[in-house]
Ligand binder design. Structure first.
Ligand SMILES: [Fe+2]
Length: 231
C-alpha cells in the first residue's frame, strides 16, 4: 500500500469519527515527530498495538476489501491466563459501503461488534464445520442479549445502536450497506497476529511503499520511531 494512500485514509477516518461524535484518545493524533519524543511511558501503546491499523487484507483493492481500525485498549494474553487485570480490548472500525472484511473466525476472542453510527452494517454468518470450512448448519448467536437462530450464510443488518456477540468458531464477514459505518468492537484480549482464522489466505498487515513521509503512524510503524529500553 502506498504511504500517501494510508495518510489520506487516516485523515478521512479522523474526519468521519469526528462527524459521528466519537472521540479518540490523544495518541490518535500524534505526528511522527511527537512519537519520536516518546519513550518508556508509551510502552503499552506499542506492545499492545494500540492505534491506527489500515489493512487491505493483502490485496490491492482497499475500497472493496479493506478496513480501518483504531485500537483504543487491549489487554495481555498473560492476564487472560490469570483471570486478572486487563482482560479486554476495544476498537473503533470504519467500514465503507461494500468494503468487505473477509470471512474469518477467532480461536479465542469473543467480540461484540457494535454499530456506533452511520449506515447499516451487514454481517454474514456461518458456523465453522469439522474441516474449518463454512458449515451448513443453522447459526445460533446472541445479539443485544437476545438469542437468535438463522440459516447458514444469513446476512444480518445492524442499525446504529445494535450489536452482535461473535463467539470463537463463528465465521463472520462484514461490510456497510448504504453509508459508511462507525463500528465498535468490545472483546476479550485481541491478538491479530495469531487469533484470526481467515477462510481464504489473506495478509493482515500491509507492506508499505514509502512514496511520501507518514503523517500518522500505524501500529506496525512504532518500533522504527519510538526508542524503548528493550523489547
Ligand atoms: Fe472478527
Amino acid at each position: 500500500m502506498r504511504r500517501s494512500r494510508i495518510n489520506q485514509i487516516i485523515e478521512e477516518a479522523i474526519a468521519f469519527v469526528d462527524e459521528q461524535h466519537f472521540f479518540l484518545p490523544r495518541f490518535a493524533y500524534w505526528t511522527p515527530n511527537e512519537w519520536r519524543k516518546k519513550g518508556e511511558e508509551v510502552r503499552m501503546i506499542i506492545d499492545r498495538q494500540l492505534g491506527w491499523d489500515v489493512t487491505e487484507f493483502g490485496q490491492d483493492k482497499f475500497d472493496e476489501l479493506g478496513l480501518v481500525l483504531f485500537t483504543l485498549r487491549n489487554g495481555a494474553q498473560e492476564n487472560l491466563e490469570h483471570g486478572k487485570g486487563m482482560l479486554y480490548s476495544e476498537k473503533a472500525m470504519i467500514v465503507g459501503v461494500n468494503q468487505v472484511t473477509p470471512m474469518h473466525y477467532h480461536w479465542l476472542k469473543t467480540e461484540d461488534i457494535i454499530n456506533r453510527g452511520g449506515g447499516r452494517l451487514a454481517i454474514q454468518l456461518y458456523t465453522a464445520d469439522d474441516h474449518d470450512d463454512l458449515g451448513s448448519k443453522n447459526v445460533s448467536f446472541v445479539a443485544d442479549g437476545t438469542r437468535c437462530v438463522v440459516p447458514a450464510g444469513h446476512v444480518i443488518a445492524l442499525k446504529p445502536g445494535e450489536s452482535i456477540t461473535i463467539t470463537p468458531g463463528l465465521y463472520h464477514s462484514f461490510w456497510a450497506e448504504d453509508e459508511t459505518v462507525l463500528a465498535g468492537e468490545v472483546s476479550t484480549v485481541n491478538d491479530d497476529s495469531s487469533d484470526n482464522r481467515f477462510l481464504e489466505t489473506v495478509g493482515r498487515f500491509p507492506s508499505i511503499d514509502e512514496d511520501e513521509p507518514p503523517r500518522h503512524l500505524l501500529v506496525t510503524d512504532y518500533r522504527r520511531c519510538v526508542r524503548l529500553a528493550h523489547h
